[in-house]
Design a protein around this ligand. Structure first.
Ligand code: FAD
Length: 372
């Protein structure tokens, strides 16, 4: 079996390394569009302490401690300048995207998988001619690759503007901070992901973004304005954005089916979801593991992909519902800004309660996928 994985992010890399482990004789290669050094984003939060949690990609590394993960047990919501501290319920693991992706790539290479960078675009016909299976894990970059028409992407943009900053201020808890000024409400999501850096994601309504003239400010001036807004949290620490990764509307990418012919989608390429539920990478791991399992368990690729479609689609649909509910809560937060801290915390906690629990669905899928 000759497999090409397109996109060297968590989804493609977990799939490639786990598939190789399950089927050592298969010829698996990974093609990445960017250079080896280019990895987007600062830190992400993952479930559990490796190696104990199979949805945490660090659990698949020999020495996860080398990535300097930070374990977070508390959640702090700040509103009207008052902190509300509570348990996160489960241990969360903050880690840098850069070190995570590089470690997963090194694992693939050590397993005999070729990972190539700055790969030129290939057509559907070329890919079909050369490979038995093409695993598409190119994230939300749906314009970067030609795919069969059945796999056309559906794209929705959220109403809020957001930006992903890094900072040297260290946040020991998962922080959700609301700060209001004459231009409107800003929400900051912050936690440490190494012993020197934290993620600091900021979002606000388009109206607030326009009133604060963020569109017309330089990256540096906008960062200084936001740092001033969150001065009680940041002190003298600066906010830093990645080149070209400025303010944007969150993009939710969905597909109606997960596979067509020799092509199959995993990770954000199949379904992306708002960062405020912090599950994108977890989903990437679980869906990659589902594909490994179906390819190992079923007789023939067509049967495997049919089984993968049947199992992955309900899971990613539930993920989308949770992510959309959370995104909508943040998009309408100005309606709740008059609430006290306890009421706002209760509303935040309840924002996904009308949905079947995502955690149960993830664990059921993992249970099936890892029973191989
Ligand atoms: C602000 C923000 C915060 C987030 N926080 C969290 C969090 O706390 N926890 C969490 O679990 N998730 C979080 N996520 C989501 C998480 O980053 C994604 O869900 C996850 O990275 C998906 O992995 P992936 O491998 O599918 O895609 P990606 O990580 O996007 O990887 C895709 C790869 O494909 C490459 N590529 C693109 N096009 C091509 C092409 N044509 N050919 C070859 N290669 C290509 C890209 O360069 C990239 O390397 C966050 C996302 C955002 C935007």
């Amino acid at each position: 079996m000759k497999i090409l994985v397109i996109g060297a992010g968590p989804a493609g890399l977990i799939f490639a390394s786990q598939m190789k482990q399950a089927q050592p004789a298969w010829d698996i290669s990974v093609a990445e569009k960017n250079t080896q050094e280019e990895v987007l984003g600062w830190g992400v939060v993952l479930p559990g302490r490796p190696p104990r949690h199979p949805a945490n990609p660090l659990s698949y590394l020999e020495q996860p401690e080398l990535l300097n993960p930070q374990f977070l047990e508390e959640f702090k919501l700040v509103h009207h300048d008052q902190p509300n501290l509570m348990s996160t319920g489960v241990t969360l693991c903050g880690v840098g995207r850069q070190v995570l992706v590089q470690a997963l790539r090194a694992k693939c290479v050590a397993a005999g998988i070729t990972v190539s960078y700055e790969t030129p675009l290939a057509s559907v016909a070329q890919l079909e001619a050369e490979y038995d299976l093409v695993v598409v894990s190119n994230g939300i970059n749906h314009k970067s690759l030609e795919l069969p028409p059945a796999l056309a992407a559906q794209v929705e943009f959220g109403k809020n503007k957001y930006i992903w900053y890094g900072t040297t201020q260290l946040f020991d808890q998962m922080n959700l901070v609301f700060r209001e000024n004459s231009n409107g409400v800003f929400a900051g999501h912050a936690y440490k992901y190494s012993d020197t850096m934290s993620t600091f994601i900021v979002e606000c309504s388009e109206e607030t973004y326009a009133k604060a003239e963020l569109e017309f400010r330089s990256e540096r001036d906008a960062a200084a304005y936001i740092a001033k807004t969150f001065a009680p949290e940041l002190g003298e620490h600066r906010l830093v954005s990645q080149p070209g990764q400025g303010w944007r509307n969150f993009m939710t990418l969905s597909r109606e089916v997960a596979s067509d012919g020799k092509f199959v989608l995993i990770g954000d390429a199949l379904q992306s979801g708002h960062f405020s539920i912090g599950h994108g990478t977890t989903m990437a791991v679980v869906v990659a593991q589902l594909l490994v399992k179906t390819l190992s368990a079923e007789a023939g690729t067509a049967a495997a992909l049919a089984s993968f479609n049947a199992r992955a689609l309900p899971l990613v649909q539930l993920f989308k519902e949770h992510a959309d509910a959370s995104r909508l809560w943040f998009e309408t937060v100005s309606e709740r800004v008059g609430l006290g801290n306890a009421e706002l915390t209760a509303s935040f906690d309840a924002r996904r309660n009308h949905l079947p629990p995502l955690q149960d669905a993830l664990m059921a899928s993992l249970g099936y996928a890892l029973g191989r």
